[in-house]
Design a protein. Sequence first.
Length: 254
Amino acid sequence: MRAATHPRPRTRRTAVAALLCATVALGAAACGPFGEDTKPAAGPFGDLTGSQIVDKAFAATKAAKSLTVRVDLKSPDEPTSGFLALDTRGNCAGTLTLGATSTAELIKADDKNVYMRFDEAYLREQVKEESPEVQEATLKELRGRWLEAPLSDPDAKDMLQLCDLKSLLDGFEQGASGIVKGEETTVDGQKALKLTEPGDKGESSTLYVATEGTPYVLKMVTVGGDEPGTIAFSQYGKPVVAKVPAAKNIVRTD
């Protein structure tokens, strides 16, 4: 089935950008020069300093072939949360929630199309300025169904940025300083080392690095500042489960 001529929902650029930039914002927060880091970090990383551990973790994470990322941003304007599994081949599957409601789902499982599904709150926001007839027609056609769009579709461009693992991890810049080693703890059952960097105006960023196996970044937390939030990484190296929806549940664009 092809989409009718009434308006199609579009991804909201600011929301997608917020999720995409969460990694950059939290990653870059651990890269500023906030003082000398001279305290050796004993324990699972031997004599490496906190800054050296962070560099090691960022390098390992950027080399990952696949992972799952969860983001929870506490912006007062529009809280944003998301879940996304993605790999270096461009496969991805996930969900983006804006505010208390308004959810968009995303699947990219091949080199041809991207599939997006929007809940009713999201759809109503997109067509709120249309006539009641157009609003109801859009809801009737798209409620609970996946909108298929070719990868070249400009309306899908913002969502497709989320499927680019390299871009998502480019915010991890090495050469940090002023990183303070904390205690050993666990993140989702995995042993981790806590590393913290104080920032300006009461803001601080904390990084949790795996202490067993590859030293991947497991979680990053920013407290205070304009965009406090958490980003967590898991399922490193695991296959991304992304399947094209059943044909009966797809609405194709013209």
